[in-house]
Design a protein around this ligand. Structure first.
Ligand code: TZP
Ligand code: MG
Length: 210
């Protein structure tokens, strides 16, 4: 987990007919090293089917796999962990369900939420949306000011997220983020691997390859 730098989340609305596994495989081959299944529309059986398929892909390619919102599906698909929102079940409950080895991550939108997440034993936090984004409409942008604040204080891994693409990634990295997360810029691109290579290169140029 600590080595992960580029987190890509599924967003099938952006696929324009392409298959979930093809898009995510391209992203991983381009340099995504942690992948999340996020699907607010799928019924539980369909979600589990997608989770199992992505588990198989990510295991074969050697990257981490996280399920959004559903610790039960994370367990059933043998995912590496679960990602929670502020309104999902508490970190402590997810930890109790998943055990000490699996990853529990949480979205944060303020330094108070970031502190609480770290204190409650989260393995990583999301920090965002840094920029306004159609993937999460109606949620105010936290700006790079919150990225800088969190990067200066929070010791667990932090992924900046929200409206991030190759054209603004350097600004986010300069604010202190060492890890980036994206949906539309990657999965909405005709060439997800190229976008991931670009984002990874920017991360490594700013922070080194280690
Ligand atoms: N959480 C904060 S912003 C966001 C989520 C899930 C959406 C990020 O999507 P995009 O397309 O990279 O802006
Ligand atoms: Mg959620």
């Amino acid at each position: 987990m600590n080595d992960c730098k580029l987190y890509v989340i599924t967003g099938e609305n952006y696929h324009r007919g392409r298959e979930l596994l093809d898009v995510m495989e391209a992203a991983i081959r381009g340099g995504a090293d942690i992948v999340q299944l996020r699907d607010k529309d799928a019924a539980p059986a369909e979600l589990l089917e997608k989770a199992r398929a992505l588990r198989e892909l990510t295991r074969r390619l050697g990257v981490l796999f996280i399920v959004n919102d559903h610790p039960g599906i994370a367990l059933e698909s043998d995912a590496d962990g679960v990602h929670l929102g502020q309104d999902d079940l508490p970190i402590e409950d997810a930890r109790r369900m998943l055990g000490p080895e699996r990853i529990v991550g949480i979205s944060t939108h303020s330094i108070a939420q970031a502190r609480a997440a770290e204190k409650a034993g989260a393995d990583y936090i999301g920090v965002g949306p840094v920029f306004p984004t159609g993937t999460k409409p109606g949620r105010a942008a936290v700006t790079t000011a919150y990225v800088a604040e969190a990067a200066a204080e929070i010791r667990i891994p932090l992924f900046a997220i929200g409206g991030i693409h190759p054209g603004n990634a350097d600004e986010v990295l300069a604010a202190g983020a060492k890890r980036l997360c994206a949906v539309s810029a990657v999965v909405g691109s005709p060439d997800p691997a190229a976008v991931c290579r670009d984002l990874r290169e920017r991360i490594e140029r700013r922070w080194g390859g280690g």
